[in-house]
Design a protein around this ligand. Structure first.
Ligand code: NDP
Length: 476
């Protein structure tokens, strides 16, 4: 027994994670269901560090020092359960099984409970950053017990991305907390990408600009408050020319966005918890809509002239309007995502540190951005902040952006350019700040057709109006 940690599942992610561990000086036992992957890892990268290859699960487990720490990096779902079932009889109390796949947090809760009965620690861990991140430093979001983190923390914090000397890894909370936070991270990523895509579409429609010109605008934005990995690669993708046709790359890609399901999971969980994550929901639905080719074709044929020509007179002012509207909408999406994490944390007793979560997303992951430092600051200064929208930096950015936001959303609506995430973020903002909401009428209707009762603004108690009788009010 010589290896400090093991990795089973050596496809792109597991292979790169194992290499990252070895490059950082850890001795890594490596195993894969089909041994060819194990052999090729050692053949191609064996010189990068100390690998202990194993062809059977038994040899793999035997190669680990105790308490054993085994990273499972296989296809999420059934394969994860299959590997756990194979591992458990070979392990001993105190050993740690780390699932770094993209598991649903409810599965992680189930697995954690089952392994706890065997005296084993099960650590559902979110890993973001794709294959490059896995190799050079991902953002790591481990759940599980405090005891398991004492062993894993020093290892994970070493291989994670580092920002200002701070590792992009921290213990998120018990059982499913890590996978929950990774899920919301992906949901926010959906919203961020949808907002960026809408900003590009608005610039293109309003300015009649070519993608290469819009790439320059994004490049400029990346020097300011919007600085982020996604804005940076947007400039890169928009500037790219398709070699085969000589056309802008973005014009030859089919406009049908695909998804693997983490956006959907986020929205489903938010519905269960009653948290309005409208930005993430719009982004997820926008991807679905893009895939409904038949309906899009039918509507295109039925309403060819329903839009209007959009002529922007002042180019620079319009670009600045879109930038401010993008920033304000992005703040809404992040505010909603952090609300969701707080609600999950309360529901499942995870005690998640919101500022700490923002800290570990500053590097390594897809939504890494300058902006996240401000989120950390906001929660550090005010841990019980009701919404990020009212934290000083964000409140200022939103207030400064409101006129731009309204102009962009109104102009887009007039021109017939869809901007669902921009528009719904603005509606969310206006709903939150409204003196009175028409929810009062909803309550009246519910009481009218279903005697569902209501509360009054001027008196304590629960009331019902006798709608079918003399319309007097009774206390329910
Ligand atoms: P895949 O999701 O493509 O999974 C392939 C791996 O799973 C192979 O090692 C394969 O073994 C193994 N496997 C599949 N079924 C079984 C089974 N029944 N028993 C044992 N092993 C099995 O690999 P990735 O590297 O892309 O992803 C690994 C995990 O990381 C996934 O959960 C994914 O969601 C997650 N993830 C991926 C990211 C990415 O950017 N790709 C980012 C973050 C997380 P074999 O070689 O024998 O077929």
């Amino acid at each position: 027994a010589t290896a400090q940690i093991g990795v089973t599942g050596l496809a792109v992610m597991g292979r790169n994670l194992a290499r990252n561990l070895a490059r950082n000086g850890f001795t890594v036992a490596v195993h894969n269901r089909s041994p060819e992957r194990t052999r090729s890892l050692v053949a191609e990268h064996g010189g990068e560090g100390r690998f202990v290859p194993a062809e059977s699960m038994a040899d793999f487990v035997a190669a680990l020092e105790r308490p054993r720490a085994v990273i499972v990096m296989v296809k999420a779902g059934g394969p994860t359960d299959a590997v756990i079932d194979e591992l458990v009889p070979l392990l001993e109390p105190g050993d740690i099984v780390v699932d770094c796949g993209n598991a649903h947090f409810a599965d992680t809760r189930r697995r954690e409970e089952a392994l706890r009965d065997h005296g084993l620690h099960f650590v559902g861990t979110g890993v973001s950053g794709g294959e490059e991140g896995a190799l050079h430093g991902p953002s790591i979001m481990p759940g599980g017990s405090d005891e398991s983190y004492r062993k894993l923390g020093p290892i994970f914090e070493k291989i994670a991305a580092q920002v200002d000397g701070v590792p992009c890894c921290r213990h998120i909370g018990p059982d499913g907390a890590g996978h929950f936070v990774k899920m919301v991270h992906n949901g926010i990523e959906y919203a961020d990408m949808q907002l960026i895509a809408e900003a590009y579409d608005l610039l293109r429609a309003g300015l009649g600009a070519e993608p290469a010109e819009i790439a320059e605008i994004f490049r400029g934005w990346n020097g300011g408050e919007l600085e982020s990995f996604l804005i940076e690669i947007t400039a890169d993708v928009l500037a790219h020319t398709d070699a085969a046709s000589g056309r802008p790359f973005v014009d030859v890609v089919l406009d049908r966005a695909e998804q693997k399901g983490t956006g959907r999971w986020t929205v489903q969980s938010a519905l269960d918890l009653g948290i309005p994550i409208t930005g993430i929901a719009e982004a997820t639905f926008a991807r679905s809509l893009s895939g409904h080719a038949d309906q899009r074709e039918a509507a295109r044929a039925a309403f060819p002239d329903a839009g209007a020509t959009w002529r922007v007179d002042d180019r620079d002012a319009f670009v600045e309007d879109v930038r401010r509207a993008l920033l304000a909408s992005k703040i809404v999406a992040y505010a909603q995502g952090f609300d969701h994490i707080r609600a999950g944390s309360r529901e499942y007793d995870w005690n998640i540190d919101l500022g700490g979560t923002a800290t570990i997303w500053r590097g390594g992951c897809i939504i890494r951005a300058r902006f996240l430092d401000r989120i950390r600051q906001a929660y550090d200064e005010q841990p019980d902040l009701s919404t990020l929208l009212v934290a000083p930096y964000f409140a200022d950015a939103v207030a400064a952006g409101v006129p731009s936001w309204r102009r962009v959303v109104a102009d887009a609506a007039r021109a017939g350019v869809p901007a669902p995430a921009f528009a719904s973020s603005l509606a969310y903002f206006d709903a939150l700040r409204a003196q009175r909401l028409p929810a009062a009428l909803i309550q009246g209707l519910r009481d009218n057709f279903g005697a569902h009762t209501y509360h009054r603004v001027d008196r304590e108690g629960t009331f019902h109006t006798l709608w079918a009788g003399d319309r007097s009010e009774v206390e329910a």
